[in-house]
Design a protein around this ligand. Structure first.
Ligand code: AKG
Ligand code: FE2
Length: 392
């Protein structure tokens, strides 16, 4: 499965797309046979990749408290946001006002993954549905596997909620997720409005597409692995959504972003790192960290073109993937679709999650996609101002 297909699947946007093949629970595998790593988890590319640890990259930090119209610092922060979206696609967000909701969400997430397997399986994935507790989508027997389990839930639109996938244990999970979901939706709408402003289009044009948005929350659990240098928690991908808000649940590092053909990782401090092309990073104190990945806002045309070429080479599908109907052309088409709302202005970021030798790692990604009725195309203002670069 190609990264963007995977990301679409992780967000549940594709909905009914056929069943996933069953795979082992990774936490169980890791605890029962810590020395035994099945071949399907071994990724030779991890060792050969050029990884920069604690690199000199300074990803942008956006301070949301500056976004009060008329306030000193407003215009400057807007410019910082624009640069972050154009040149990184990734930033760290501080003073977002969601710290309490984040703390609560971290607690219930850790509690859920600590439960015995049988209890977690009460909200297990079912065929043809990506929601629930399980693993990333698997389409073929020879597909490489990620060293991680996840719980994926679609809290929004509320009318489409399926509570059978929401854990009943811990008992506060539901109310905590509801609080988290609504806080993050509101942050995401604010950010999208500001991005639209920066792009010179009427903010309403963009934010209206995210009213009643599709929101997917993916909690990731990566068990420790004695061969952490040979496996990957989450293979390289870029999220096929409008905006992702990502939080690290514990102190264990693992997120890597790709920039200038290298993977960058931070050893200490906030633990967040860069991705390819465009990243935004946000931080509150030393604790609450969002990595926000602008997906619908994409790269400048030339850069975008280059990205596609690179991906076509680096990630050409396996024979099995081709047989499963995932054709390269379709994927490039899908990749283009991810760029069109910003008319090719903002780029997405490629990232991956690595695993720790001794400690488990947890993260929570909140994906925000346009509502079901929204037409995906360059926002109408682009057509009048600079000319739409893509068709509706
Ligand atoms: O675990 C991480 O830091 C990254 C998670 C991620 O990229 C995702 O869930 O899409
Ligand atoms: Fe991701």
């Amino acid at each position: 499965m190609r990264p963007w297909h995977r990301a679409m699947v992780t967000t549940g946007v594709l909905g009914d797309m056929g069943g996933s093949l069953p795979v082992q629970n990774v936490k169980e595998l890791a605890s029962k046979y810590p020395e035994y790593i099945p071949l399907r988890y071994i990724r030779p590319e991890v060792e050969s990749d050029d990884i920069v640890v604690d690199g000199s990259l300074q990803t942008p930090v956006i301070d949301m408290s500056n976004f009060v119209m008329g306030q000193v610092g407003y215009e400057e922060e807007l410019t910082k946001l624009h640069t972050a979206c154009k040149e990184w696609g990734f930033f760290q967000l501080i003073n977002h006002g969601a710290s309490e909701a984040i703390e609560h969400m971290k607690v219930v997430t850790e509690e859920f993954f600590k439960l015995p397997l049988e209890e977690k399986m009460a909200c297990a994935q079912v065929p043809n549905n990506i929601e629930g507790y399980g693993q990333a989508f698997v389409v073929s027997e020879d597909q490489k596997l990620d060293w991680g389990d996840m719980l994926f839930i679609l809290p929004l639109p509320a009318s489409r909620r399926n509570l059978s996938f929401w854990p009943q244990n811990p008992t506060s999970f539901k109310s905590t997720l509801e609080e988290y979901s609504s806080k993050l939706q509101s942050i995401s709408t604010t950010l999208l409005g500001l991005m639209a402003k920066n792009l010179g289009v009427n903010p309403e044009e963009l934010t209206s597409k995210f009213e009643d948005c599709i929101q997917g929350i993916r909690t990731n659990y990566y068990p420790p692995c004695v061969h952490a240098d040979k496996v990957m928690g989450l293979a390289p991908h870029s999220d096929s959504v409008g905006l992702t808000l990502l939080i690290h649940v514990n102190e264990v590092q693992g997120l890597q972003i790709r920039k200038n053909h290298k993977w960058h990782s931070k050893k200490s401090g906030n633990g967040l790192t860069s991705l390819k092309d465009y990243v935004i990073r946000v931080k509150e104190g030393q604790k609450d960290i969002f990595y926000t990945i602008g997906e619908s806002e994409k790269a400048v045309k030339n850069a975008l073109f280059k990205t596609e070429e690179e991906r076509a080479v680096e990630n050409s599908p396996s024979k099995a993937e081709e047989e499963a109907g995932l054709k390269l052309d379709d994927e490039i088409e899908e990749e283009k679709q991810k760029k069109i709302m910003s008319n090719g202005e903002y780029s997405s970021i490629e990232h991956r999650a690595m695993v720790n030798v001794e400690q488990e790692r947890l993260s929570i990604a909140a994906f925000h996609s346009p509502n079901m009725e929204a037409e995906i195309g360059p926002l109408p203002d682009f057509a009048q101002k600079t000319g739409a670069k893509y068709k509706q």
